[in-house]
Design a protein around this ligand. Structure first.
Ligand SMILES: CCCCCCCC(=O)SCCNC(=O)CCNC(=O)[C@H](O)C(C)(C)COP(=O)(O)OP(=O)(O)OC[C@H]1O[C@@H](n2cnc3c(N)ncnc32)[C@H](O)[C@@H]1OP(=O)(O)O
Length: 199
């Protein structure tokens, strides 16, 4: 296998689609912030204030509950401006990262973005609302392949962007080893745990 194909975002033929974890929120339920300081999903100054719900991915056969999906909403505010009156592309990518990143934790523990590919299909004016929908396309070992689309002002509004991503499952050590100590302590990690993780 070449290096390029090993790192592709194409879903491998032997990937599977596991069910939602029994303790995960159910279809239609709001997904709570994974970190009270997250600039993606928590209600903090400077954040994008994304709201997300578990969606029902009916899959090609139309069977309810066979897949795992997330629906998200984000108001496009003045402070997200790039071109005059238009969203900065980085904010659209942040919106995709947050929506896509909410899918795998419905199945497993924490995952982080390893790769994110975005197609900007149409300009997004400030003052509109973005509606995003992401679904789990396949899982292989620690790798979670997901894809999403973004629409303007309603769930079936004009398509403004699409994205594919790979999330890699990590354990608590990832955060203990790399995160800023005061932020880890604010969510309950002890100084001892942090020291131990860093060796
Ligand atoms: C709590 C939830 C938070 C969610 C917040 C929203 C999401 C985010 O924005 S997370 C923040 C941004 N992301 C990051 O900071 C991640 C930084 N990167 C890393 O920490 C590491 O590179 C990490 C964890 C992704 C992978 O490292 P590591 O654990 O050593 O795994 P590694 O063995 O290299 O890779 C595992 C598999 O993924 C594949 N892979 C890793 N990176 C990539 C990539 N960029 N492209 C394609 N494939 C990749 C590898 O090829 C390997 O595949 P295989 O199983 O077939 O051999």
């Amino acid at each position: 296998m070449t290096q390029a194909s090993a790192r592709s975002l194409d879903v491998p033929a032997d990937a599977t689609i596991p069910s939602r974890h029994p303790k995960a929120p159910g279809v239609g339920e709001r997904i709570p912030p994974h970190n009270p300081a997250c600039r993606g999903c928590a209600d903090v100054p400077g954040g994008i204030h994304m709201e997300s719900w578990v969606d029902d991915d009916r899959g090609e056969g139309g069977d309810p509950g066979v897949g795992v999906a997330v629906r998200s909403r984000m108001a496009v505010t003045d402070d997200m401006q790039g071109g005059p009156g238009l969203i900065h592309g980085g904010y659209l990518m942040a919106a995709f990262d947050e929506c896509l990143g909410s899918v795998a934790p419905l199945v497993t523990r924490s995952c982080v973005t390893a790769r994110l590919e975005t197609d900007f299909r149409a300009p997004v004016p400030v003052g509109t609302t973005l509606w995003l929908r992401a679904r789990l396309d396949g899982v292989l070992r620690r790798k979670y392949f997901v894809s999403a689309e973004a629409r303007l002002d309603s769930e079936d509004g004009p398509l403004v962007g699409t994205a594919r991503a790979l999330f890699v499952q990590v354990d608590l050590q990832h955060f203990l080893r790399h995160g800023r100590a005061e932020d880890l302590e604010a969510i309950g990690a002890s100084a001892e745990q942090i020291r131990a993780a860093r060796g």
